[in-house]
Design a protein around this ligand. Structure first.
Ligand SMILES: Cc1cc2nc3c(=O)[nH]c(=O)nc-3n(C[C@H](O)[C@H](O)[C@H](O)COP(=O)(O)OP(=O)(O)OC[C@H]3O[C@@H](n4cnc5c(N)ncnc54)[C@H](O)[C@@H]3O)c2cc1C
Length: 494
């Protein structure tokens, strides 16, 4: 029905709506011209599927969902959206558990999962080039053929490698190399205005995807910006050999301070590919929801230290170091014990990508499908005091303090997070979890921690504390790259 017809009928109140409908139809028609009839929709049941995630963030319907298949389509789409000032939210699987793909201001969800080619895999120069839709499961399969690996999150294997990496996500079994974003070697990006840019070595030689250095690090313009500065269309990543001999050392203890002491001591020898500790509640599969007290005789902390060696002698040397550390910690009078790590949980964290945890059912099946986190990088020497505060906050709200501490690049990135299941079907329980998580986050920020993949609630807390120069620079860069504020608007809290 056109606006004109409505007007003739004299239904003045309906004119505006009809005009809107008219505009919506015109936009949908244009989107279909760009990506093809079957790849753009405004059907409500499809919009609904993209309106929510597992987090506490309030759902919001997009106006359109678009599936892109080529870089050229994305360029055309961005030029059109920029001209019409329509928000665009890049999306691959929506499993970020921070509401990062929820379209705060409606507009287009741009689903990139069909762009899932592994463009290049160089087993000698040790890098791969991938499209945004390449999943962790898919990349793992391709790499295992060459006995190679990347860093696998404990999230769903169907989620995107590049979305995790550009959001400063974390992998497991590769923590010695740092965050997954530190493995990025080159990028191709469509700007919000539709231009195609490249950063890193591929900008100078289109076949060279091996390094972002020693050039100015313009890749930083697209990492940690939560999809608000451009659409990554190709990503170069460093990959690594898998040494044949895996050995996992496990300990437990009663106090968080003892666990920190052990982890600090062991991390200084740089023998682990992953050095992680989890509270008793996170070692349970599934995480108890609501809170359930730990059995009195159970240790409060478990740790696994994953090591890989090329030869038996190397493995023995690592074992010798680990035994030395354990003895030192025992001699200090700490409660560290060599222990058996719960089997199911250990498998879930060392056989990745994993259906065991990755299905999310084991994380949140007791919670009723809701899961979120305060996920942070926190100076490791603040883990223990923060844990004590988080524990009070979580238990006070009837939630399990299911907390994890990991060393990334030794003590340089101390990862501290609390995977928090909740009952998403119940608004009160969802709000309870949100409040707990935000309270935890404030404690962490006050101790010098920094959240990764922050939901808008966290961005507000970060910006409250930010240096004015940081905020000014951020606003200027955002305005420079996205003059009409159409890319995932509202997410940065500025
Ligand atoms: C149980 C569970 C455990 C998890 N464990 C981990 C973990 O250990 N480590 C970890 O890092 N994560 C973890 N996650 C979070 C998440 O699963 C991963 O980070 C995942 O790889 C994100 O991929 P996705 O396809 O779901 O991204 P999405 O949620 O679709 O997108 C993530 C962000 O990237 C943006 N984006 C998407 N594509 C592009 C693009 N091409 N260009 C620019 N921006 C883009 C989006 O707008 C959004 O801001 C976990 C999640 C669950 C449910």
């Amino acid at each position: 029905m056109t606006a004109k017809k409505e007007d003739k009928k004299g239904k003045g109140g309906k004119v505006v709506k009809a005009l809107r409908t008219d505009k919506k139809e015109r936009i949908l028609k244009e989107l279909k011209t760009i990506v093809g009839e079957k790849n753009a929709t405004a059907e409500e049941h499809i919009l609904y599927a993209y309106s929510y995630d597992m987090s506490f963030v309030t759902p919001k319907l997009p106006d359109y969902v678009v599936m892109a298949h080529t870089v050229e389509e994305i360029q055309k789409l961005m030029k059109f959206s920029n001209k019409e000032k329509i928000p665009v939210v890049p999306y691959t699987s929506g499993t970020n558990i921070g509401g990062l793909c929820i379209p705060e201001r409606g507009g287009i969800i741009l689903d990139l999962k069909k762009m899932n080619k592994i463009v290049k895999l160089d087993p000698e120069a040790l890098y791969a080039v991938i499209e945004p839709g390449v999943s962790h499961g898919q990349l793992a399969n391709a790499l295992y053929k060459y006995n190679l690996r990347f860093g696998w999150p404990v999230g769903p294997p169907s989620s995107s490698v590049s979305s995790c990496a550009i959001s400063h996500g974390i992998g497991h079994m590769n923590a010695r190399y740092g965050l997954n974003s530190q493995e990025i070697t080159s990028m191709e990006v469509v700007l919000p205005t539709g231009e195609l840019v490249r950063v890193g070595s591929c900008a100078i030689n289109s076949d060279a995807w091996h390094s972002c250095l020693p050039m100015p690090q313009m890749d930083g313009l697209f990492k940690g910006w939560l999809g608000s500065t451009g659409i990554v269309t190709k990503l170069g990543i460093a990959i690594h050999h898998i040494p044949p001999l895996l050995k996992i050392f496990t300990v437990s203890c009663d106090h968080v301070d003892d666990m920190y002491s052990y982890m600090l001591n062991l991390s200084n020898y740089e023998i682990c590919d992953d050095l992680t500790a989890v509270s008793w509640w996170l070692s349970q599969v599934p995480i108890p929801y609501p809170y359930k007290p730990k059995p009195e005789d159970a240790p409060e902390w478990f740790s696994y230290a994953t090591t890989f060696s090329f030869t038996e002698k190397e493995k023995e040397a690592r074992t010798e170091i680990w035994e030395k550390v354990v003895n030192e910690e025992k001699n200090k009078g700490t409660s560290i014990q060599v222990t058996h790590y719960p089997e199911e949980a250990l498998k879930a964290r060392t056989q990745l990508p994993s259906q065991i945890v990755g299905s999310t059912k084991n994380y949140c099946k007791m919670g009723g499908a809701g899961i979120s986190w305060p996920g942070t990088f926190t100076p490791a020497n603040r883990w223990a005091p923060i844990y004590k505060e988080w524990k009070k906050i979580m238990i006070g709200r009837n939630l399990s303090p299911s907390i994890r501490m990991s060393m990334y690049r030794g003590v340089h990135y101390g990862m501290l997070r609390a995977m928090t299941p909740f009952n998403k079907k119940n608004p009160k329980e969802t709000e309870n979890a949100r409040q707990a998580i935000v309270e935890c986050l404030k404690v962490d920020l006050d101790n010098g921690g920094m959240p990764y993949k922050p939901p808008v609630d966290f961005a507000a807390e970060i910006n409250k504390r930010a240096h004015p120069g940081y905020l000014m620079l951020m606003k200027r860069l955002k305005k420079f790259l996205d003059p009409n504020d159409i890319m995932n608007p509202g997410k940065l809290g500025i």
